[in-house]
Every structure is written in C-alpha cells, then in structure tokens.
Write a protein that binds this ligand. Structure first.
Ligand code: UDP
Length: 323
C-alpha cells in the first residue's frame, strides 16, 4: 500500500488517479488547500495533518505502507516571503514529523515533491541537476532543506528516496473530472483561461522588460499527467531497489514566454484575451527551463504532452470546473 500525503491537492490528486490502477492507496490530506472531491474513490481517504504524529501513527498502524509519496506543501513564492514561518513550519517541520514516524515504523521508501525554485536565478540556459542550487525565497529554501534532510537520513538510517524537482505544472486529467483549482489562483494558465471564460476582467503580464526575446518571463510547462507518470516510474525504481538518493528534474525542456502562453491559449480556445502590461512580480527569474535528460536516461521518462495539449486539457476542465 502506498501513502500519498497531500493526495487531495492539484498534483497529488492526479497522481492518485493514475496510481490506483496499480497499487492500493491511502491519502492523507488536511484539506486546507486540497479538495475531497479530487480524491479518486478507489483510494482510502484520511483527513489529518502530516505534522500530527497521532494521525500518522494511526495510518502506519492500520495499513501496510511500503512507500510514502509526499505532495503536501505550501507552494507560493510570494506568500513565503510574507510568511516564512508558515513555510518552514509546514514544509520543513511537518515533513520531519512524517519522516520521524516513518523511521519508527520502518517505512523506508520516500518520494518527495521538490521544485525548480531550488535553483534560484540560474546562470545557465538549460538547468540540469548539477546546476548550483541557490534559492532566492523561503519556499525554495524550505524544499532544499528537506532535500538535505533526505540525503542525511539516507546515509544514517537507510532511507531510500527520490526527489522530483518540478518546473511549471499545468493542465488537467484527460477525463476532465479533476484539474487545477487554487483559491486564490496565482498561476498563469488558469488565470488566462478564467479570463477567457469571463470570470476575470483581464490578465496582467508581470513585466515585459526582462532579458528575453519578447521581454516576458520564460517557463517550462509540464503536463500534470506527465508528472504523475514520472512519480510512478520513480516509485517502481525505488521499490525494486534500482534507484535511491536521486534527484530528477521534471520539465518539457522547452521554454515559453508569458506572451506565447497567452497566444497559445487564444489559439487553442478561439477566444481573444484581454491583456494588460503590469509591473514585475517580486522573485520571478527571467527564465527557468529544465533538462530532463537524467530521468530519460535512467528511468526512461519523457514528457509526452506539449503546451497545446496542456492548455486544451486545462480548458476542458475549466469550462465545467467541478470544485
Ligand atoms: N504571470 C503573469 N501574470 C499572471 C500570473 C503569472 O504574467 O497573472 C507570469 C509570472 O510572472 C511568471 C509566469 O507567468 O513569469 C509563470 O507564473 P506562475 O505563477 O504560473 O508560475 P511560477 O513560475 O511562478 O511557478
């Protein structure tokens, strides 16, 4: 049985929907940002907090957990600057509690959701796993701290783990039954699609004076279903003893500017966006594009879905958003 912590959240719920086809799954989520409706009915759902030892012990006592996949975190850069305590508490301290209880119950397989924010402002065009990590905000620091904890636990306690550093997750399940739903929404693609559907007056482009071809920031957008597939491969590699103490980037390897994303949304939907130029948003690097060659070479994973498919699936979800 696999414990998915944060399995009611955006990425976690997509992983669960695909993982239940292969494994028995228990989801732990406190539902502060997750959605109960997003959890596939084939998974066992426990409402509780990963920072609460009793909730965790109850799960490890009740179910034969062989691995933990940990998606539960706060993940907004701006909020982390305003309220770092929340980020170190939820992302670092609560993860330590989870790891402590795992060690107590001798559960030694762990998959951790990390982020491109660990790289800060990289001085390379394409980021690979050897690019220096230098976070520029508490969110990135909180994730990198846990990566360090995992490396130490691996050496001292025999923890097996894989860290997955996501670039820009987007899109929705192809069933359109689950998708992205944040409140407040801060991510580019859902914001553009909400504007196209009329629930927002305009889309603000945060800065058009960056050192990029069209002046807007470039990101590497990766379909949430491709992310889920990478997790399942990583889990198989971990459980078969093939891989441990590994870090992998997960991206498409292609960069799209904010303007290109908006244009692609217009093309896919056939609706014109109402766009305004706005000031830069604090903490945004000009360009974040991944090399995912390492996970391709080692686990055979490659993103299968391009930006048009990402936006097409997100559009079908947003048109009849269920939660
Ligand atoms: N962005 C924007 N307007 C918005 C939301 C985002 O111009 O309303 C830009 C943002 O500044 C960044 C890119 O879109 O350059 C992707 O931002 P998002 O919040 O989706 O992801 P992030 O890269 O911050 O994880």
């Amino acid at each position: 049985m696999i414990l998915v912590v944060g399995g009611a959240g955006y990425i976690g719920s997509h992983l669960v929907k695909d993982l239940v086809e292969k494994e028995e799954v228990v989801v732990l989520d406190n539902l502060t940002t997750g959605h109960r409706e997003a959890v596939d009915s084939r998974a066992i759902f426990v409402k509780g907090d990963l920072g609460n030892e009793e909730d965790l012990q109850m799960i490890f006592r009740s179910y034969p957990i062989k691995a933990v996949m940990h998606f539960a975190a706060n993940s907004l850069v701006g909020e982390s600057v305003v309220d770092p305590l929340k980020y170190y508490q939820n992302n670092v301290a609560s993860t330590l509690t989870l790891l402590k209880v795992m060690m107590k119950f001798q559960v030694k397989n762990f998959i951790f959701s990390s982020t491109a924010a660990t790289y800060g402002i990289p001085n390379v065009e394409i980021i690979d796993e050897s690019t220096m990590t230098a976070p520029i905000n508490p969110y990135g620091h909180s994730k990198l701290m846990v990566e360090q904890v995992l490396a130490d636990f691996s050496k001292s306690y025999g923890l097996n783990y894989v860290v997955l550093r996501y670039f820009n997750a987007a899109g929705a399940h192809d069933s359109a039954v689950i998708g992205e739903s944040h409140d407040p929404e801060t991510h580019l693609i859902p914001i553009v699609l909400q504007q196209l559907l009329g629930s927002r007056e305009k889309v603000s482009v945060f800065g058009d004076d960056y050192d990029t071809p069209d002046g807007t920031c470039i990101r590497d957008y990766i379909h949430v279903t491709d992310l889920a597939a990478a997790h399942i491969l990583a889990l198989e590699a971990l459980l078969s003893g093939k891989k441990s103490a590994e870090v992998y980037n997960l991206g498409n390897g292609l960069g799209y500017s904010v303007k290109e994303v908006i244009e692609t949304c217009e093309k896919v939907t056939g609706v014109k966006a109402n766009v305004e130029m706005a000031d830069r948003r604090a903490g945004d690097p000009a360009r974040l594009v991944a090399s995912s060659a390492k996970i391709l070479n080692e686990l055979g994973w490659k993103a299968q879905r391009n930006l048009e498919q990402i936006i097409g699936d997100a559009w079908r979800w947003h048109k009849e958003q269920k939660y």
